[in-house]
Design a protein around this ligand. Sequence first.
Ligand code: CA
Length: 249
Amino acid sequence: MLVPPSSPPSVHRALVLGSMAAALSGVLAAGAVLATRPSAPALDPCRPSVDIATMTQHHRTVVARWALACSDLTHGRITQAQYDARSAAIDAAWTAPVAAPEPVMVWAATVRGFSSQYSEASWSAQRVLGAPDVYPQHGDLVNAWASRGADDADEWIEVGFAQATRASAIELYETFNPGAVSEIELVTASGNRITAYQGSPAASGPQANKLRVELACSDEPIVAVNVRLGSRRVVGWNEIDAIGLQRCP
Ligand SMILES: [Ca+2]
């Protein structure tokens, strides 16, 4: 029998603790301390009557806490009142919202190709790798990739990731004259190329921009991302600080 995570405590306890309740009924008086185990129980009364292997880690932990409290009660290590207090706290933990895990970002690790770069050092294509180190600043700053010319050609860069990653989103950090991104293409582990984003280049203001595109986690792992810039349509250098994938949970 499964216990839905949303089960109210009373339902949870009826399911999980059914065997214990049966074993102890008639034995425990309110407030009494058991000196011995219930008489001749057929089964360990503190053994969960449901398959905990199918539960979340959170609910397995809650059931384990309850089994420990049950054992303490049946062996006389705690009073009924102490057990009731622990049980109430455990019930609260059963339905308490579990904090969602922090999203894990993986950052571009290799440059696979590019149309141009401002130099081999400052504003080089390599400056797009790793976590953002310009954002949230906006400005003509050397730690972002910039093309050779400001507006003389449309540009592109393709970056790879250290491991193939199933991704729930892609993030691209535009830190100077944002708005030029015309297309983002994903390269999958099997070599497929999938268009994830298409836009009409237009200046989007004098602030750094995090362009985030949600992806379907069912898609196959991504090994590379290709970004195209309509640089001629957004005046000035259109600099990219970082490109990252948010790993699927
Ligand atoms: Ca431009």
